[in-house]
Design a protein around this ligand. Structure first.
Ligand SMILES: Cc1cc2nc3c(=O)[nH]c(=O)nc-3n(C[C@H](O)[C@H](O)[C@H](O)COP(=O)(O)OP(=O)(O)OC[C@H]3O[C@@H](n4cnc5c(N)ncnc54)[C@H](O)[C@@H]3O)c2cc1C
Length: 449
């Protein structure tokens, strides 16, 4: 690992990626100036629907382990060993990987951000500047303009090395685009989400069971339930933005009740007390970001959502941002002090991966919203689980490769296609059709009685 005395680096954004990056760099003796447009997360009032849960998987955990934070963060997490699919005719449990003991770790977003802030405070070489919003970058003079969010005063700082970790609406990226250094494409879908923070019934009764991810999927709506410490669940309600049964059309307690009792009757009693959270919260459209280039010479680079935001369907937002930090540090360790090469290699290693991630996240969304109730799809997913269980070395679902390994996302996707091709040659499709027939016959039998 390199130890670089007194090299200054400036990070914009003290969110998930920016904070972890600061810690990685401080451990390499960089002097880190980190600018954040908000107040410190520790001082912000908790807004329930924003303090949602997110899942950490092996990619994020590996980065936290490298900076010796995982043991502390783990205490704030709830272990999820599988998913429970709430179907018309009962619950279907799918373990993530019983034999291998695979799991995901759900954590409240605020708790994780606060843990990162506490960790940053341990390093005297990290200087945090809150309420300072980056508003302009001059790429020729390498000066950055900040606006203080409390006083509205503007200041300009000369910067040696700039890392943009300022999230999906990144000003650093917009400034790079405006200066002609990259092209960015935001792919905004006509669906979005709202979060509700819901206490689980204290007797542990259905519909919520701790230690599992929950999914309710209908043709035109899906709800994900993620467990939290303290017997709470975050329910992420995903709907079309406009049209019938959309965020636009569900604007009153009555329309919310009608919608839930029709589509999610088991869940409605648990959501009903929190209807105001739903009604007062703006919906967030699902957005993927593709960026043609991530860096400018040896001066500036983007990381995390600023470079490659993805939709939430593999729960990879934070994990991908943390993995960026780990790989960026690896590139530094190998190529420092040649910063332009560090940037170049980082982008070359990472961009093909996150482009694939954005694509597979979008494809999974189609599966979740349109296919989870389809017998053929459910059977395929079950057959994949069976193959994974009995041939753990030779067959993996795409979910396992993306979420439960640290292989590059692009390699994971290629491997999935190859393994599935081989499985099909060995009769996987016949197994799927057989399972579907059993499923349909069982259902007919059940209905007849
Ligand atoms: C409310 C919310 C809910 C989310 N829900 C999910 C989810 O359910 N599943 C999932 O996978 N992902 C989710 N995400 C995305 C996931 O959290 C991100 O992928 C992850 O946080 C990426 O980390 P980041 O550091 O790149 O960006 P962020 O964590 O968004 O951090 C960016 C930081 O930059 C700061 N900033 C922005 N602009 C400026 C500026 N001009 N100057 C200074 N500072 C600036 C912001 O205040 C913020 O603190 C959510 C994000 C948000 C904000």
């Amino acid at each position: 690992m390199i130890k670089t005395p007194d090299k200054k680096v400036t990070i914009i954004g003290a969110g998930m990626g920016g904070s972890l990056l600061a810690i990685y760099l401080a451990r390499r003796n960089f002097i880190v100036e980190i600018y954040e447009s908000r107040e410190s997360i520790e001082n912000l009032p908790v807004v329930s629907y924003k303090s949602i849960n997110q899942s950490l998987c092996v990619r994020g955990i590996r980065a936290l382990q490298e900076v010796q934070m995982w043991d502390e963060v783990k205490k704030l997490c709830t272990r999820e060993a599988g998913r429970i699919i709430h179907q018309k005719n009962g619950l279907l449990y799918q373990a993530y990987g019983e034999k291998q003991g695979l799991a995901e770790w759900s954590i409240n977003r605020n708790d994780l951000n606060c843990a990162l802030v506490r960790e940053m405070k341990k390093y005297s070489s990290i200087h945090t500047h809150y309420n300072e919003r980056c508003v302009h970058i001059d790429f020729e003079t390498r000066e950055i303009e900040f606006e203080n969010q409390l006083t509205k005063a503007h200041t300009t700082k000369k910067v040696e090395l700039l890392l943009g970790a300022d999230g999906i609406h990144s000003v650093v990226r917009k400034e790079m685009e405006q200066a002609g250094h990259l092209r960015a494409k935001l792919d905004v879908m006509d669906w979005g989400y709202k979060n509700m923070y819901v206490p689980a019934p204290t007797d542990g009764s259905i519909p919520f069971q701790k230690n599992a991810f929950h999914l309710w999927s209908k043709k035109k709506a899906a709800i994900f339930g993620i467990p939290n410490r303290g017997n709470f669940f975050t329910c992420t309600i995903t709907l079309p933005l406009t049209g019938p049964d959309s965020f636009e059309s569900i604007q009153s307690t009555e329309s919310f009740e009608r919608f839930c009792t029709e589509h999610f009757p088991d869940l409605y009693p648990h959501l009903a007390p929190h209807v105001n959270d739903f009604l007062t919260q703006p919906s967030t459209p699902f957005t993927s970001l593709y960026t043609s280039k991530w860096y400018y010479r040896d001066f500036c680079i983007l990381l995390g959502d600023a470079a490659h935001a993805v939709t939430i369907f593999y729960g990879q937002g934070i994990n991908a941002a943390f993995e960026d930090c780990r790989i960026f540090a690896e590139c530094l360790d190998t190529y420092y002090p040649d910063i332009e090469t560090v940037f170049q290699i980082f982008e070359a290693r990472r961009k093909p991966d996150t482009d694939v991630l954005a694509d597979v996240c979008k494809a999974r969304f189609i599966d979740l919203k349109d296919r989870y109730e389809m017998p053929l799809f459910v059977s395929r997913s079950n057959v994949e689980m069976i193959l994974e269980k009995y041939f753990p070395e030779n067959f993996h679902s795409l979910y396992t490769l993306v979420v439960h390994t640290t292989m590059s996302y692009a390699v994971a996707y290629k491997r999935y296609r190859k393994e599935r091709h081989v499985a099909r040659l060995f009769g996987m499709d016949a197994l799927v059709i057989w399972k579907t027939c059993i499923y349909l016959i069982t259902n007919m039998f059940r209905k007849a009685h």
